[in-house]
Design a protein around this ligand. Structure first.
Ligand code: NAD
Length: 475
């Protein structure tokens, strides 16, 4: 795949005019047209699986297995779900009303919001771009889509494929970085769907406010994994460390840090080490010394850090920690790889607790009681995900009822993104709005209220007209 070409800034208004005209022409409204485009989006993914896998290998060495299972398959599932349910979701809905208003046939129409903008990010650059685009298509909107420049091979592939599969007057890819994003944000959209950091999320929300444009912000944050004394430690360890291994922990809903008790910490650490050693077997190793090595630096099953900036950022957090590195710690700047690194003895003011790690470093903090853990979580920004490992419903409920988070999972990680039927989105610092399944359609739709008031109803409504007499007040 050729390198990503930046879209010239001065061509952005023309692209905007094209998708605006396409929307105003009405051609995106018929359900049949939307379904045909959704089908083509499905073919875009299906026909080009290998190209997507290669692009992600080039962008950050992500193994094919992870691209297929965590991006291609979930995107296909979303496309199928929206395709299968679109008629039902888009059907006008008569609402229940009072006897007085029954004759007005009050009805809610799910109408396309209009011309939309989707800004994607790089860590899951297929699903985080194409699923919001699916939402725009399904709702009858048009869209400009901006892939993340940090994953340039995927961005180039999307720019190449979009006009080959989708209506090029309704969906246009804009490639580039901050200059292109800034030019886009000056335009008046009817919805902006942004995935990325909170810092940029604020820039997007401010720009959108100028046009009173509604926004979905899919942001990040520090998502805790609370491990209680009654947890099934072997399984817990596998699951927690998996969320740091896969995509090298560059996941918005990764287990950012562990909160556990001083009693459970030692056995958890041992189990985490065992789990990581098992994951680190190198399938490409030829010699027996390579086979027994658990170094992740040359392991093809393990992704790179996306770029030098993020490599430096995570390295700096690790260098500044006052905790004790108990597992991993190896890195290779040339390979841009940082091993899964577990750090114990971490205090609330540690560098590793200062910002979302968004990488393969796992700090472990201990607190004596459940109550202390809840207070700690409450004192921090609302996380995108909260994971609680316990066999006890009472403990689970205690935490659930006293905290807030985008999603909540007992005894597992990451699955809230995959389970059909669950909405995905944050609250507080983790963003607002959500999508997946029906919400993907709803996000890009406006619920337009409609009533048809028969003129004969003036027989019963005439009292509303002036003059306002005392007699009318008593009616
Ligand atoms: P980022 O926020 O810098 O980039 C994401 C997008 O924003 C890119 O398309 C980029 O071009 C654009 N962008 C960057 N600067 C901009 C500016 N000044 N104006 C307008 N647009 C701009 O990416 P990042 O910080 O590396 O992303 C990581 C963050 O994203 C983490 O916090 C992570 O948790 C979050 N994230 C959230 C989700 C989710 O679904 N909630 C998914 C993935 C990542």
């Amino acid at each position: 795949m050729a390198a990503m070409q930046d879209t010239p800034i001065d061509s952005i208004p023309q692209a905007y005019d094209t998708v605006t005209k396409a929307f105003l022409s009405g051609k995106t409204r018929p359900i049949a047209w939307r379904k045909a485009q959704i089908k083509k989006l499905g073919f875009l993914v299906q026909d080009n699986e290998d190209a997507f896998v290669r692009a992600l290998e080039q962008d950050f060495g992500r193994p094919a297995f992870e691209t297929i299972t965590a991006e291609i398959n979930p995107v296909k599932a979303e496309i199928n779900e929206v395709y299968d349910h679109l008629e039902k979701w888009a059907k006008p809905r008569r609402v229940k009303t009072s006897a007085t208003w029954y004759a007005t046939k009050p009805t809610v129409y799910s109408e396309p919001k209009g011309v939309t903008l989707v800004i994607g990010t790089w860590n899951y650059p297929i699903t985080l771009l194409l699923v919001p685009l699916l939402g725009a298509i399904s709702a009858g909107c048009t869209a400009l889509v901006k892939p993340a420049e940090q994953a340039p091979h995927v961005a180039a592939l999307v720019a190449d494929l979009l006009p080959k599969y989708l209506d090029p007057t309704a969906f246009i890819c804009i490639n580039g970085a901050i200059p292109q994003a800034t030019a886009l944000l000056k335009l008046k959209f009817d919805h902006i769907f942004y995935t990325g950091s909170g810092t940029v999320g604020k820039i997007v929300a401010r720009a959108a406010a100028e046009h009173l444009c509604p926004v979905t912000l899919e942001l990040g944050g520090k998502s805790p994994a609370v491990v209680l004394d009654d947890a099934d430690i072997e399984v817990v360890a596998r699951r927690i460390v998996w969320a740091k291994f896969t995509n090298a922990g560059q996941i918005c809903i990764s287990t950012d840090y562990v909160l556990t008790t001083p009693q459970t910490e030692p056995k958890l650490l041992e189990a985490l080490k065992r789990a990581l050693a098992a994951f680190s077997a190198n399938p490409a190793a030829s010699s027996s010394s390579e086979k027994s090595s658990t170094s992740l630096v040359h392991n093809p099953n393990y992704s790179r850090i996306i770029n030098q900036n993020h490599y430096n950022r995570v390295s700096k957090l690790l260098d500044a920690t006052k905790g004790e590195v108990v597992v991993g710690g190896g890195r290779d700047e040339k390979e841009r790889k940082i091993e899964v690194t577990i750090v114990r003895g971490v205090k609330p003011d540690d560098s590793l607790m200062s910002e979302e790690i968004f990488g393969p470093v796992l700090p472990i903090m201990t607190l004596p009681t459940l109550d202390d853990m809840v207070k700690f979580i409450q004192s921090r920004d609302t996380p995108l995900a909260l994971y609680v490992f316990t066999q006890s419903k009472k403990n689970r409920d205690f935490i659930f009822e006293r905290t807030r988070s985008g999603g909540f999972v007992q005894n597992d990680v990451l699955v809230q993104f995959m389970i059909p039927g669950l909405p995905f989105g944050g609250t507080g610092a983790a963003g607002y709005g959500n999508y997946h399944g029906r919400r993907t359609f709803d996000t890009f739709s406006h619920e337009r209220a409609s009533a048809n008031v028969p003129t004969w109803m003036d027989m019963i409504m005439a009292s509303r007209y002036p003059p306002y007499t005392q007699k009318k007040l008593k009616m």
